[in-house]
Write a protein that binds this ligand. Structure first.
Ligand code: 5GP
Ligand code: MN
Length: 340
């Protein structure tokens, strides 16, 4: 964990800079909210800052202030790479390992500007010239709140910046439900509401604009649900056929994995999602209590994240991946049972 490196940040930004801010691949509310908030703040401070995302993001985040100006590397790689190449300062937000930058990994390895990591995931890699890593923070947005208010005072919190930060804090804490949302997190959220974040409008934009096709897909996920009471585990899967039958769009499976944890006696929930385009199975892990899904994802599925929320992948078929997953559970029997 590192404390907010205020002096280093002030030095890095002491003259107008060309800056780029980058979220992880498949950016979520926290990644995009933190990037957009930081970009808007830097642009008020005479810097010239652009957000470059490795790939596109779901429709339910497109309303975020500034989202329409994000450069998407997947469809504009030359522009994205040259922005990174010519930047004085490159911020990497909500990830801590360059492999999480997808298409932008190479450009980041090669970039000559100062690299600044702001992130709350476990086990940060040492690639940045300035690292602000704090794994007990609820979200990268809470960290960017600290950065902006330390650098610019609370008057720097415009309604647009406040909305972006509030969005990331809310989405990364399960609407303030997870243990990672501390009393301080709630005070930060309250301050953001005081500075113009419309909490009701944000919740509606995120959660109440669903399409029927997403609910049909949720039905498929629920149909696939397998409960393993002996190991306090619930698993679901979605096939490519489910996706095409239900007119899948990016973001449609968001939150499905959490449903498993709503079952009595379940502390470990997993969803496996076939992804033919990337030739892999994308896996999301969630737990409640002490079962550490970050370690599980790292050890068995080439992934990582946080103790109670992590992701991973498998290059095997769906049925092989499910069989492998089931074969791992006995190893964790005592931990899973003791945390029910
Ligand atoms: P999700 O299941 O929502 O994709 O991700 C849950 C958490 O785990 C997020 O904090 C995300 O950044 C992290 N995560 C997801 N996939 C991966 C992965 O493949 N590697 C690592 N290191 N973290 C991941
Ligand atoms: Mn996050």
């Amino acid at each position: 964990m590192s404390l907010l490196p205020l002096k280093e940040l002030q030095n890095a930004l002491n003259t107008p800079k060309k800056a780029v801010v980058i979220p992880h691949k498949n950016p979520d509310g926290d990644a995009l909210g933190s990037c957009l908030a930081l970009q808007q703040y830097l642009n008020t401070q005479q810097h010239d800052c652009t957000v470059v995302s490795p790939n596109d993001f779901p429709d339910f985040l497109k309303w975020l202030p500034g989202a329409d100006h994000i450069i998407i590397a997947e469809s504009d790689l030359d522009n994205a790479s040259s922005l990174i190449q010519s930047a004085d300062v490159v911020f990497t937000l909500d990830f801590n390992d360059l492999s999480r930058a997808g298409l932008l990994e190479h450009a980041l390895v090669e970039c000559e500007g100062e690299t600044i990591m702001i992130d709350h995931h476990i086990d940060p890699k040492a690639y940045a010239t300035i690292t602000y890593s704090d794994t007990v923070m609820s979200s990268t947005c809470e960290m960017v709140y600290n950065v902006i208010t330390q650098l610019g005072g609370s008057e720097a919190l415009t309604p647009a910046i406040s909305s972006c930060l509030y969005t990331g804090i809310m989405t990364d804490t399960g609407s303030f439900k997870y243990p990672s949302a501390t009393a301080t997190t709630l005070r930060v959220a309250a301050d953001l509401v005081d500075h113009g974040a419309d909490k009701t409008a944000i919740a509606q934009a995120l959660y109440d604009q669903g399409h029927l096709s997403r609910f049909k897909l949720m039905g498929r996920a629920i149909d696939s649900l397998e409960v393993i009471p002996s190991h306090a585990t619930a698993l679901m899967f979605i096939t490519e056929k489910d996706k095409s039958d239900c007119h899948f769009k990016k973001g449609d499976t968001e939150g499905f994995v959490n449903m498993g944890l709503q079952l009595r006696g379940i502390c470990f929930s997993v969803i496996f999602i076939e992804n033919a385009e990337d030739q892999m199975i994308k896996i999301s892990f969630r737990s409640s209590g002490d079962f550490d899904v970050n370690t599980f994802a790292r050890k068995h599925f080439n992934g990582g994240g946080h103790k109670n929320a992590a992701g991973g992948r498998s290059e095997q078929s769906l049925s092989e991946t499910l069989a492998y997953f089931r074969s791992l559970l006995p190893e964790y029997l005592s931990t899973l049972k003791s945390h029910q």
